[in-house]
Design a protein around this ligand. Structure first.
Ligand code: GUN
Length: 305
């Protein structure tokens, strides 16, 4: 064990009392490229058996952020060799119409995965739509059947963003077993499944949210900190344990309208051991894991898994 002056510029003590270099930037683009390359290779093998994984992406209305996400998903499908179909519906689409489309896609044999881009318009009950997607084709893993399977640790798919965060944590080489893991945010899409995945890997998990008392103190105990609260630069360097792995799920705008995360990167990078940037961290992983889920769905539906 080292002590005294860090051998690295800006080095800090990690959880074992060793000095490590601060601010290893986790490269989400590189990790996502590896995931997509593996998916593309397996897709090419499936193509030899005459199987082309198919993803249907449904978008209702013209929210610009949703449009960007949907375009990126379609591009990623083409890049890995999937068939994709886009269903762009007008903003005044009724719940009944959307449910009818989902039912049609459930029955469509060349479609293995269905993704309905959220959020939906207020006339549509999101829960009803998620419940209508066949669990086998639910590549978001939002359906109650899939959420339950994740809870008991016996699942085919993981929700895309938490699954991508786990890949990024694994890419650091830091062991999760026995570590203090703090998740800020309790959404069904990120916070809750994230906590469950860390628990499955034997982390000691705390979930924080808007009503949590002593948030800063709890954050400082985290060896692994995942932040998904949707507040620009909310977590600052003084809230981070030296050497921690910091995963920033935020996609926010700062005071100048510039894209930033939920973590104040500038102050955090000198304290964290590993940190994801925004952009270029969690974002690219979400699409890569969607590709992986669609491939899994195709294999399950063809009894290959
Ligand atoms: N909107 C923001 N993130 C997601 C996601 O992971 N899946 C879907 N369907 N919609 C989203």
């Amino acid at each position: 064990m080292l002590s005294g002056v860090s051998p690295y510029p800006g080095g800090v003590e990690d959880w074992k009392g060793c000095f490590i270099m601060a601010a290893n930037i986790i490269d989400g683009k590189a990790v996502s490229a590896q995931v997509k390359a593996a998916v593309a290779a397996e897709t090419a093998e499936l193509a030899e058996k005459g199987i082309i994984p198919g993803l249907a992406v449904v978008i209702v209305g013209d929210d610009p952020a949703s449009r960007v996400y949907v375009n990126n998903k379609k591009k990623a499908c083409a890049a890995v060799g999937f068939h994709s179909e886009e269903y762009a519906l007008p903003a005044d689409t009724s719940e009944e119409q959307l449910l009818a489309l989902v039912e049609r896609l459930n029955q469509k044999p060349d479609i293995n995965g269905i993704l309905v881009q959220l959020p939906l318009q207020e006339q549509i009950d999101e829960h009803k739509v998620i419940a209508a997607i066949s669990p086998e084709k639910d590549v978001d893993a939002f359906h109650a059947a899939n959420v339950g399977k994740i809870m008991i640790g016996d699942f085919d798919f993981l929700p895309c963003t938490p699954s991508g965060c786990m890949d990024l944590i694994h890419s650091t080489g830091v062991e999760i077993t026995g570590k203090n893991c703090v998740v800020i945010g309790r959404s069904n899409i990120v916070g809750k499944p994230m906590a469950m995945l860390l628990l499955h890997e034997s982390g000691t998990v705390t979930i924080c949210h808007s009503k949590t008392k002593n948030l800063k103190e709890i954050c400082k105990t985290a060896d692994i900190l995942v932040v998904a609260i949707g507040k620009a630069k909310f977590v600052t360097g003084d809230m981070i344990k030296p050497g921690a792995v910091v995963i920033d799920v935020g996609m926010d705008r700062d005071e100048n309208g510039k894209l930033c995360g939920d973590v104040d990167f500038e102050s955090a990078k000198d304290v964290a051991g590993f940190i994801t940037p925004v952009p270029g961290g969690v974002g690219p992983m979400t699409i890569a894991t969607l590709m992986r889920n669609t491939l899994t769905a195709a294999k399950v539906q063809h009894n290959l898994k």
